[in-house]
Write a protein that binds this ligand. Structure first.
Ligand SMILES: [Zn+2]
Ligand SMILES: [Zn+2]
Length: 855
């Protein structure tokens, strides 16, 4: 590892510094200690196990040459199960060697049976390319591993289909290329022994639900193509064996079972050796009151997590410590890199070059160059979005900074796992943002450490996923009644709806796709095609932004950051998917505002709790980016607000909502003038705390509150999934409502601020500029709800499975309405637009906005 000990500022620094000492030095720079908790995660010795008896010498030898003397016990356990024909998921920590667990049975089978084939699926092309290098490097005869994805030249495709026996691809290519062209693949699929699904925890929410059905389509084609001949697979003739690799997650067997539709055995005990990690929870200090006096809204109360992370990154680089900072948004990553660079250059001109930003939107060559530079030590600091989480093999990091709660404990450990991979002691720091959940967590370490990580939530029964997937399946081959069983709950209803819509025709032999073209279905969801960002003067492609975020990031006049360089958008052409920009560095940042309205479509389930009602149901959400603010970067001062002309976007989704009777609020001491502020503040905090129980993150969900909603005729707080048809989050919230709202109430009440702050009731993505908000009334509102709601409102099962989806259960909305809290009226749109609020998920946008005004 290289270091910067030649530089004057790093005298006394250098590699090999014990993490406790590094932490001490980082803390020492602050007047009051920002560390709220230090957890020491002990080192662990490895537990080797013998090679499986069936693994031939020609397979062991190349591993031995790489230094694998013997597998770890969990690798052998998983490999033995898979070789015996059981579907298995290995769910262990970062760098625990999950790949050997699937490589052993898969490759041993390919060596033993010269006809057998293996299909490997990775969520990203980069990961598949890494895996290809690893398998090809074993130089096994007759395996001929090959990547088959969108980048594969046409000329090579046929060779791969005919000759490769280890094909590496991704779910999108399986969906768009391999399954629709299954006739070309029948030989490969007929002989398919194993399907390897790497990083399977990434298949969650709507995307995960789509992938679940792509896998069912794959199983269907394998069954149609014939029998698997491998002797190892006797007893499972019609289905290849699925081997899944997952980051540590709660109940991985159930999640893998939901993903594949098959019974899956889990191997979860990590027996690989691990270096110790010192894990610090870090709360940025409060700013002196006058520093933020000029900001109109979102007054920064604490120093921004981005600034704090940038400083920690710069300090670590000065110490010669190779450090990776994870930042949630792409903007945030660029701001952190730019600020760290500036600080380093001020200390030692030129030192700033040792820090860079990394995110998924960069072009492939840029990403490879950054990875290479960090591996070789040309770079010492990298600020990254979670793009790096996915298996890109960066080793030897001494410290990991996590800027803001990454959304799940699973992600937290995945990111922290980047530190100390070489077996050395390492440092991990979670830097809290001004956010109720972050604040709650840095003061409740028991919610982070020594607790199982969350389960991965996906909902294959989502009709918005199931119907298009069944259309794809019918295009590939007519659907039969047996297929409906394969696709599971809701499949019959979805097929009926497709027949009714004229997409399928029913014949005695099954359901037939009626069109010539194949259905146009995007696994990645509804956000539309990515928008290219092009520099107008040179025609240079700077990067891409997903379609949904483009309204917020690339509207005309928006300030767009790329590698720390600032651009201003001249025009956005949504039809062509292109934004033209020019380089310019104004001293303001831009913040898009949207208007949201919501109407109740139907009630799926409800709890009648006297003056309080709790509901789960379908809603229509309409949102439109209507204006943007320009704010001074230094002070957060609003310069002006400018109108925008962008189309509205519609979303039918699932929401959880609660209503309260005006009388109960009055009785609790909430003046009627304060009802909107109390509800609004409760809504913000409830959205902030939902990820604690619902495996989503704040940016997956939206909300709206109003003192009188036309559909409920009562004071109401809505929280909805930001994905068409829902993704299971609102259902989980409904099922654990008492625990969720209790944590929300406590987070608000325990916050040390006077009148509400971003750590409790303010929201960085509020469409209303955080106005009105009333912190004390939010506590009163939630107390009324909690006093009335039966604790049995914790009705979800442990795995967060969706409650019964049967629509027959839910009485019609009007009938469901308790006296004080009316349900929705199907088909009636809210005429009076309620106070607009939280927009749905632009997960990367708003955090960047919030941070920019203080950074
Ligand atoms: Zn507060
Ligand atoms: Zn709001």
């Amino acid at each position: 590892m290289q270091d910067v000990t030649d530089d004057p500022v790093s005298a006394g620094g250098g590699p090999g510094r014990p993490p406790a000492e590094l932490l001490r030095r980082l803390r020492a720079r602050h007047a009051c200690d920002p560390v709220t908790h230090v957890e020491r995660v002990a080192a662990r010795p490895g537990e080797p196990a013998p090679w499986p008896a069936w693994a031939p010498e020609e397979l062991r030898a190349p591993f031995a040459r790489r230094g694998v003397v013997a597998p770890w016990r969990h690798q052998t356990e998983a490999a033995e199960l898979a070789y015996a024909g059981q579907h298995v998921v290995v769910a262990t920590g970062t760098a625990s060697g999950k790949s050997l667990a699937y490589q052993l049975p898969a490759l041993a089978t390919l060596l033993a049976d010269p006809r057998a084939t293996v299909l490997y699926l990775a969520p990203t092309k980069a990961l598949a390319a890494d895996q290809l290098r690893a398998v090809a490097g074993l130089e096994l005869e007759g395996v001929r591993p090959a990547c088959y994805d969108g980048d594969t030249p046409r000329a090579e495709r046929e060779w791969i289909r005919r000759h490769s026996r280890f094909v590496l691809t991704n779910p999108d290519m399986l969906h768009h290329g391999i399954l629709p062209g299954h006739a070309h693949w029948s030989g490969f699929l007929r002989r398919l022994a194993y399907v390897v699904i790497d990083e399977c925890h990434t298949y969650r929410g709507v995307f995960g639900s789509h992938v679940a059905h792509v896998l069912r389509r794959l199983r269907r084609q394998c069954g149609r193509s014939g029998r698997v001949s491998s002797p190892a697979l006797a007893g499972s003739r019609h289905t290849p064996v699925f081997i899944l690799a997952s980051a540590t997650s709660g109940d991985p067997a159930a999640a893998a079972g939901r993903l594949t539709g098959l019974p899956v055995t889990a191997v979860t005990e990590d027996t690989s050796p691990r270096g110790g990690v010192t894990f610090a929870l870090w709360e940025p200090p409060l700013l002196p009151p006058d520093a933020s006096a000029s900001a109109v809204d979102l007054a920064p109360v604490r120093r921004s997590a981005l600034r704090e992370t940038a400083d920690l990154l710069a300090d670590s680089v000065v110490e010669g410590v190779r450090t990776l900072a994870f930042v949630r948004s792409r903007r945030g990553a660029e701001v952190v890199a730019a600020n760290a660079r500036r600080a380093l250059d001020e200390a030692v001109p030129g030192l700033g070059e040792r820090v860079a930003a990394y995110r998924a939107g960069y072009l492939r060559e840029e990403r490879r160059e950054l990875e290479r530079a960090l591996l070789h030590g040309d770079l010492l600091g990298l600020a990254s979005t979670s793009a790096l989480e996915l298996g890109v093999d960066l080793v030897g990091l001494d410290a990991v900074l996590i800027c803001g709660w990454p959304g799940t404990r699973a992600s937290l450990w995945q990111q922290a796992g980047r530190a100390g991979r070489s077996g050395d002691e390492a440092l991990a720091v979670l830097v809290a943002r001004d956010d109720p959940l972050d604040t709650y967590l840095v003061h409740h370490p028991e919610a982070l450490f020594g607790r199982p990580v969350e389960a991965t939530v996906l909902d294959p029964a989502n009709p918005y996923v199931l119907a298009p997937q069944l259309a794809c399946a019918a295009f590939e081959a007519p659907l039969t009644p047996a297929d409906l069983e394969l696709f599971g709950e809701g499949a019959k209803e979805a097929v009926d709806s497709l027949v009714e819509a004229g997409a399928l025709r029913q014949r005695p032999t099954g359901w037939y796709w009626r069109h010539r073209e194949r259905p146009d279905v995007d696994l990645r969801g509804e956000d539309g095609a990515p928008v290219c960002v092009v520099e107008a003067s040179t025609g240079r492609l700077l990067g891409t932004v997903d379609g949904g975020s483009s309204h917020f990031l690339l509207h005309p006049g928006a300030v767009y950051l790329h590698q720390g360089v600032s651009y201003v958008v001249d025009s956005l052409d949504l039809a062509d998917g292109c934004a033209l920009v020019h380089a310019e560095e104004p001293d303001w940042s831009t913040h898009a505002r949207d208007v949201t309205s919501l109407s109740v479509v139907s009630v799926r389930s409800y709890v009648d709790a006297g003056p309080v009602g709790l509901f789960l149901g379908e809603v229509d959400v309409t949102s439109q980016v209507v204006s943007y603010q320009r704010r001074r970067i230094a002070t957060g001062e609003v310069i002006d607000t400018r109108p925008l002309d962008l189309p509205a976007r519609e979303l039918r989704t699932v929401a959880v909502w609660f209503t309260l009777s005006p009388e109960s609020l009055a009785l609790a001491g909430v003046e009627s003038a304060d009802v909107p502020g109390g509800l609004h503040a409760a809504e913000h905090a409830a959205i902030g705390l939902l990820p604690l129980i619902a495996t989503c993150d704040r940016w997956d969900i939206g909300g709206l509150s109003t003192a009188l909603h036309p559909d409920t005729e009562a004071p109401t707080v809505f929280v909805y999934d930001g994905h068409p048809g829902g993704a299971g989050f609102a259902e989980r919230a409904y099922g654990t409502a008492a625990a969720w709202l209790r944590a929300t109430r406590d987070a608000i009440a325990e916050c040390g601020c006077e009148a509400g702050c971003p750590s409790c009731v303010q929201s960085p993505k509020c469409g209303n500029g955080n106005n009105p908000l009333s912190k004390p009334d939010a506590v009163r509102v939630l107390d009324v709800v909690l006093d009335n709601l039966p604790p049995a409102a914790n009705i979800a099962d442990e795995r967060g499975a969706a409650p019964d989806r049967a629509h027959g259960d839910a009485p019609d909305a009007r009938g469901a309405a308790p006296d004080s809290a009316a349900g929705g009226r199907p088909g009636e749109r809210g005429a009076a637009v309620p106070r607009q609020d939280e927009r749905s998920p632009e997960r990367s946008v708003s955090e960047g906005q919030a941070a920019l005004e203080t950074g």
